[in-house]
Design a protein around this ligand. Structure first.
Ligand code: GLV
Length: 407
């Protein structure tokens, strides 16, 4: 009996390192999200996880991936699977770009530095947000990988021009102009909590902080969180806690229009990506304006509640402009199979933001590595299961909408 028992009993080796232990228990990005929820103060988790108003669009973004199913092929020799493609004329090992996310240091003290390093290790572009908590130069100093710079357009164009110059001087490859943020969407979780950036320590946040001592300890030990790209500027350097709505609605230019693309062209020599395109008509307009790529995106459902899921736009946009402009798609990428679906419909690559932030909150830089590995392995496995050994074989015939609707 003892022999039988010994042959079936297998204890996992006790992992001494707390981060490794935590990550080893996770099997999906959703697991990391649950860990992040446990570790972060409620206001911080809700800022990352939340979306606009009733969060309908955020829910539909992820639901769209579930509504699209595969039509797998068999007996296609998938002994060797190649996930590599090209993007903006350069090789890319996996159709994935790390999306810009503001204030990454609220998830982990290393913030954007951790994400940039993890992206560089995986040879994937990392997009630094204008509203980052590490500066253009600090990120450049830790990553020689592909770096893109996301631009919000301040009313003060001199400031924007300076940032473009700083990005060019430090080797950023492309700019990503976010065009879905003329005004800020109403994120009601943030409204309810009175969430500010940097997070302020009031009585409720003190209680919340005490319940999340790991986060609070590292938050208090690290340098104060600030809008790193504009520190010391009169435009609002983020040293006083401010709600994102107040900040954006006072600092950013709601008059931004198609005419401004030419202004960007005259101040930026590299590729331009327009992020936040949400219709075939605007995709055509972007192609006419000559941008190199568009990101079909509704800002993860954080802006206009009721906007269409990006995945539903991929095929019609690819049909309209796919030969003139590269198409990126975001909005709920949590698995490699999501990437395969978007690429099959006509996207060149996907972007993801929340997925890596959950990883960052759950396990710091190693959590970001975990998410990238998970998406890479998921992409490879899904390609094997649908019978595609090369990204070029990911075509619309491999997928169909379950509800039979033509999109
Ligand atoms: C910032 O861009 C945000 O969506 O919170």
């Amino acid at each position: 009996m003892l022999r039988t028992l010994r042959s079936v009993l297998r204890f996992r080796r006790l992992e001494r390192d707390a981060v490794a232990r935590r990550l080893s228990r996770a099997a999906s990005v959703e697991d990391l999200r649950r860990i992040a929820r446990r570790r972060l103060p409620g206001g911080v988790f809700d800022y990352i996880d939340g979306a606009a108003e009733d969060e309908l669009t955020a829910g539909r973004n992820t639901a769209a991936f579930r509504t699209l199913e595969f039509r797998p092929r068999v007996l296609r020799d998938v002994a060797e699977i190649r996930t590599d493609t090209t993007l903006l004329g350069r090789p890319l090992p996996l159709p994935l770009v790390l999306a810009p996310t503001g204030f990454s240091r609220i998830a982990d003290p290393q913030g954007e530095l951790a994400v940039a390093r993890a992206a560089a290790r995986a040879d994937l572009p990392y997009t630094l947000s204008t509203l980052s908590t590490r500066s253009i130069e600090e990120v450049a100093a830790v990553s020689t990988g592909r770096r893109w710079f996301q631009v919000y357009v301040w009313r003060d164009r001199g400031l924007v021009r300076e940032m473009l110059e700083r990005a060019a001087a430090t080797g950023y490859e492309a700019i990503v102009i976010t065009v879905d943020t003329a005004v800020l969407g109403r994120r009601e979780r943030d409204v309810r909590r009175g969430f500010t950036l940097p997070p302020k320590l009031g009585l409720d946040t003190l209680i919340d902080g005490a319940l999340h001592p790991g986060w609070t300890w590292s938050f208090l030990r690290a340098d104060p969180i600030a809008f790193a790209n504009v520190v010391g500027r009169s435009v609002g350097d983020g040293s006083d806690p401010v709600s994102l709505a107040d900040y954006i609605n006072t600092q950013f230019d709601p008059a931004l229009s198609w005419d401004d693309i030419a202004w960007f062209r005259s101040h930026w020599d590299g590729p331009i990506v327009l992020k936040g395109v949400q219709s075939v008509a605007d995709a055509r307009r972007a192609a006419d304006a000559g941008v190199e790529a568009i990101a079909l995106s509704n800002h993860g459902g954080r802006q206009l509640d009721g906007a269409p899921p990006p995945l539903e736009l991929v095929a019609p946009v690819a049909e309209a402009v796919g030969d003139r402009v590269e198409i990126l798609c975001d909005g709920g990428i949590r698995r490699g199979s999501d990437i395969v679906k978007a690429v099959a419909l006509g996207a060149r690559a996907c972007m993801t933001g929340r997925a890596y932030l959950y990883g960052l909150a759950a396990g710091g830089e190693r959590g970001v590595d975990w998410v990238i590995d998970h998406l890479r392995e998921g992409t490879r496995r899904t390609m094997g299961l649908v019978g595609a050994s090369d990204v070029a074989e990911l075509t619309p015939e491999l997928v169909r909408w379950r509800d039979g609707e033509r999109r």
